[in-house]
Design a protein around this ligand. Sequence first.
Ligand SMILES: Cc1cc2nc3c(=O)[nH]c(=O)nc-3n(C[C@H](O)[C@H](O)[C@H](O)COP(=O)(O)OP(=O)(O)OC[C@H]3O[C@@H](n4cnc5c(N)ncnc54)[C@H](O)[C@@H]3O)c2cc1C
Ligand SMILES: *[C@@H]1O[C@H](CO)[C@@H](O)[C@H](O)[C@H]1NC(C)=O
Ligand SMILES: *[C@@H]1O[C@H](CO)[C@@H](O)[C@H](O)[C@H]1NC(C)=O
Length: 415
Amino acid sequence: MEVPFYEYIVVGCGGIGSAVVYWLSRRAGKSAHLLFAYKHKTYVLFIYPPHVRRTQVYQTDASHFPCVSQISMWAEAEKESGIQLVYKSGSLDFTHKGTAGEDLFRRYCKAMDDGDIPYDLMDAKELQERFPQFSGPGVSGLVALLQKDGGLVDAASSNAVHVQLARGRGATVMDNTAVLKIDTMDDGTAMVHTSRGRFRCRRVVVTAGAWSNNVLGSLGVHIPLVVSQEQVTYYNTTNMKDFTKDKFPAWIYHGDPHDIYGMAIHGNTCSKIGIDCGGFPVTPDTRTFIPDPRREEQCKKFIWMHYCIGPMQYLGPINYTKTCLYTMTYDRSFVIDSLKSKGKPQVVFCIGAGHAYKFAALFGRILSELAIDGRTDLPIEPFTMDRPAITDPSFRPIYQNKLSTIPQAASKARL
Ligand SMILES: Cc1cc2nc3c(=O)[nH]c(=O)nc-3n(C[C@H](O)[C@H](O)[C@H](O)COP(=O)(O)OP(=O)(O)OC[C@H]3O[C@@H](n4cnc5c(N)ncnc54)[C@H](O)[C@@H]3O)c2cc1C
Ligand SMILES: *[C@@H]1O[C@H](CO)[C@@H](O)[C@H](O)[C@H]1NC(C)=O
Ligand SMILES: *[C@@H]1O[C@H](CO)[C@@H](O)[C@H](O)[C@H]1NC(C)=O
């Protein structure tokens, strides 16, 4: 039986894969082929701009993606679908004066100045004037950084919109299809073996998140990654009106040892808090879906006692805590590359490093260019495989700009 041939196959349909399929379909039309495995995930929401700066800070000696192009990439799918995906609630970074977080702020400000990105720097008083929600005992000594154009992107809608638009242009979508292995062929094509048979293609884009090494492993490639089990908690607040998107920003507190974040109510009637990189290492097979009560408690304490938003009843009884996975490289930066250097230019792949959702639309476009043209004009040099975090076996993981080894990261999670 002849093996069906597609020009392009995309493996994995999370945020990045669905954006790749969308961008591929804009140029390749009917030949774009998306393989969907496992259950389609419905992520809730992700802040987008705050981490833009973090990316820039990671890459202090290299060029970075302009914020504008990142936001305009979401706008493309919004325009085409008529469905709003991005909500500019504003985004707020804050920290206490005299902490490591303040140094980070200086670097953020420099990166934004260099990139001509507007922001407001505020002290505690100004913050409270602008957002009276921040009024708890921990407010004094805060310093805050507001980006008016920051906000949320609705991940569940965005993934669905990207896929539906691609389908509209003839992309074939196969869900519940696991890719078992990929072989590169002598004629320059790739053979993709799936639970529903084999498919051949000119280029395959692998966006398999925590499962990336399972898929890339069959090509003899192993990317050093730590997968951690993270969680976010939703609270049945009784005071919804102070936390709507027109009044309340997406926020992230830069603390020690963790950053803690939340955002305006969206998608349900609950407020939300999560700890960034507060989880313990797992594999996709050993992960559980069980919330860690210690982290729930830590989030509650953060709001109630140490910092800020207590009196306005941000919290309420926990409605639910949702677990999910971060897939992190040791420098916590992205990988966007092909296996050209390994003699396998058929294969393009991306690792989101636990903070890529905001970039999914942009990365989708870049990956589609790598697949179609073999190159992109966008500055992806910092994200190639050829860097110590990927190639040097003695590289020690750096998370949140803090040096920590994996065992330490794990013990922190057990605090
Ligand atoms: C709690 C939490 C909060 C986060 N907050 C933010 C945030 O505020 N801002 C931000 O930018 N990012 C955030 N992130 C990170 C962001 O969600 C990820 O970087 C991004 O979603 C990664 O997308 P992806 O497409 O690479 O991977 P995924 O979304 O994991 O998708 C991988 C896909 O591949 C499929 N797959 C795997 N193996 C196979 C196979 N063998 N065959 C076929 N398909 C396969 C899977 O089923 C899945 O559909 C957060 C993540 C978590 C967990
Ligand atoms: C609680 O979570 C469920 C989903 O699990 C959601 O449908 C419901 O709206 C949430 N409750 C509130 C009060 O928002
Ligand atoms: C939160 O709200 C949801 C939906 O209204 C309800 O089902 C759930 O019981 C509430 N949880 C608590 C702990 O009050």
